[in-house]
Write a protein that binds this ligand. Structure first.
Ligand code: NAI
Ligand code: MG
Length: 502
């Protein structure tokens, strides 16, 4: 077992006493059947603060045996518990209460997110935590709006459909928006009456564990949501292959997504996959250029570029390429890189050593492929922490490695294009299809290009708008299934047709 961490040092910058209390309250446990329990093996792992590389907390390392227990608890809650049979109005009230409690604990949750992930407190406070509450509130409304149909069969038959929960849902989430991704998974599953085993990312388990406490405080019956922290191949893998899990919802790398599709086949689980991206962000000369520069900057540098729908390929019409990339680079240089708790800082460290090395590897690849570093191109000046300078590569062509592979870091590849047709062809020339954007004042061109881009989300004259009312998900190797909006209700229900002879 690792040494007991010094919380004060690791959590420098956090102001709320609730944050320190949470970190100090001993090794973090698994939530199974409404109780906090250690891993059966007794093992723990460390979760680090990526800004100073110090240990924030020890966390139970769940494995197959723990996943078995969690699935048993979720199964019992589903088959015998009141959650799937609850009056939907009551379910709504409970989900609303969860949203309220998230807001009540907003400061602590934002601080824990910043400590565990490295994202700026500015983003945790203004994006992650408030949207998480909104997602619970949005799906609270759905609990009372999940209808079946009556169908026109022959006169001596009454046929109707029922929309029923799928059952026990295994939900595996990544580290880039740890709390928000938990809400995208848990809220619709609960609205539909399912039960859940959540496996947070090993890099960022803390806010999911705090959310587990909040769910209990709100009065969620035991076993309805279980949280098993641990590593991907072990804890995650055990969920994927478990014969008593009915559905897997996964967000993460395309590589693991493919493995999940292969390995989940044993009991033909329903699966939905939200995977990587290499999204094209296309700027035409008739755009509002200032808006386009700012939007493109946000599109690639938000959350240190660790965003599945990041606008990582910036296509700029060749007549404006130099001017545009100059402005973008200037703006990138103006982003303050540093302590994520400093309210003026707009870029913190990457999440982990592994991610830091991966992104630095792409910076070298870009340079050796002949792309030009217009700004950044290196690790940050900090002695500790996984910092990378916001980087803009120019002279990129769409065949280069930095234009083909998901970097998941603050690295923009700016690629010139000739005309509308060329922009669409190059934009679509990728294995991914999560998102895309187009900037132009010509409404016909905007709509035509939006129709031609093979992506699950297209933004016109903005980058990255997100509202729980509308679906989110991928074309091509960015996955399948749609989260958010009414579409998540399809993911978490199945339909039964009932024939009654009259
Ligand atoms: P990952 O896909 O390995 O991890 C995501 C989640 O899946 C984590 O909870 C992890 O524990 C779990 N997992 C890993 N292997 C598993 C397995 N065999 N069975 C079941 N669960 C498993 O992503 P990783 O390694 O953290 O990042 C690698 C790259 O993936 C990033 O550089 C980025 O390009 C991409 N990525 C994309 C995300 C997205 O939102 N689409 C989120 C995170 C990473
Ligand atoms: Mg991995």
């Amino acid at each position: 077992m690792a040494a007991t961490p010094s919380v004060e040092t690791a959590a420098r910058g956090a102001k709320s006493s609730a944050t320190l209390e949470f970190l100090k309250s001993g090794p973090k446990k698994l939530l199974i059947g409404g109780k906090w329990v250690a891993a059966k093996s007794g093992k723990t792992f460390e979760t680090l603060n990526p800004a100073n590389e110090e240990v924030l907390a020890l966390v139970a390392e769940g494995d197959k045996e723990d996943v078995d227990e969690a699935v048993k608890a979720a199964r019992k809650a589903f088959e015998e518990g009141k959650w799937p049979r609850m009056n939907p109005h009551e379910r709504t009230r409970l989900l609303l209460k969860i949203a309220d409690l998230i807001e009540k604990n907003a400061e602590q949750l934002a601080e824990l997110e910043t400590l565990d992930n490295g994202k700026t407190i500015f983003e945790s406070k203004n994006i992650d935590v408030p949207i998480t509450a909104e997602v619970f509130r949005y799906y609270a409304g759905w609990a009372t709006k999940i209808y079946g149909e009556t169908n026109p069969s022959t006169p001596d038959v009454f046929n109707f459909t029922l929309r029923e929960p799928v059952g026990v849902c295994g939900q595996i989430i990544p580290w880039n928006f740890p709390l928000l991704m938990a809400s995208w998974k848990i809220a619709p599953a609960l609205a539909c009456g399912n039960t859940v085993v959540l496996k947070p990312a090993e890099q960022t388990p803390l806010t999911a564990l705090r959310l587990g406490e909040i769910l209990l405080e709100a009065g969620l019956p035991e076993g309805v949501v279980n949280v098993v922290t641990g590593f991907g191949p072990t804890a995650g893998g055990a969920l994927v292959t478990h014969p008593d899990v009915d559905k897997i919802a996964f967000t993460g790398s395309t590589e693991v997504g493919k493995a999940i599709q292969r390995e989940s086949v044993g009991n033909l689980k329903r699966i939905s996959l939200e995977l990587g991206g290499k999204s094209p962000n296309i700027i035409f000369p008739d755009a509002d250029v200032n808006m386009a520069v700012f939007g493109s900057m946000m599109g690639i540098f938000l959350n240190q570029g660790q965003v599945c729908c990041a606008g990582s390929r910036i296509f700029v019409q060749e007549s404006m390429y130099d001017q545009f990339t100059d402005s973008l680079s200037q703006m990138a240089q103006g982003l303050t890189l540093g302590d994520p708790f400093d309210p003026n800082v707009r870029m913190g460290p990457l999440v982990s050593k592994e991610q830091h090395e991966r992104v630095l590897g792409y910076l070298s690849a870009g340079k050796s492929e002949g792309a030009k570093v217009k700004v950044g191109g290196d690790r940050g000046p900090q002695e500790r922490g996984y910092y990378v300078k916001p980087t803009v590569f120019t002279g990129v062509n769409n065949a280069m490695k930095i234009a083909r592979e998901e970097i998941f870091g603050p690295v923009a590849a700016a690629i010139p294009f000739k005309d509308e047709n060329d922009a669409v062809l190059q934009g679509n020339d990728t294995a991914y299809g999560l998102a895309a954007a187009v900037w132009t004042k010509d409404i016909s061109r905007a709509i035509k290009v939006a129709r031609s881009l093979k992506a699950g989300t297209v933004w016109i004259n903005n980058y990255g708008m997100l509202d729980p009312i509308t679906p989110f998900g991928g074309y091509k190797q960015s996955g399948f299934g749609r989260e958010l909006g009414k579409y998540a209700i399809d993911l978490y229900t199945q339909i039964k047709s009932v024939y009654a002879r009259l």
